[in-house]
Write a protein that binds this ligand. Structure first.
Ligand code: ZN
Length: 62
């Protein structure tokens, strides 16, 4: 399990199980080239950014 570098509480990147409260928040911006912002669910600090291609190209909804 990962820890938030700011508040050192456990965070998980994807909600595979019922621990939704520890799930890293994932906000997606953009239409074709998606920008993703990950933030800590406890202290709300930004953990990182990522990007992927979605939408029209791959059919991924988000
Ligand atoms: Zn935190």
């Amino acid at each position: 399990m990962a820890k938030c570098p700011y508040c050192e509480k456990p965070v998980i990147l994807k909600g595979f199980d019922s621990e939704k409260k520890d799930e890293v928040r994932r906000e997606v911006y953009g239409f074709i080239k998606k920008e993703v912002m990950y933030s800590c669910p406890h202290c709300e600090r930004v953990l990182g950014f990522g990007s992927f291609f979605g939408g029209l190209i791959t059919g991924r909804p988000r």
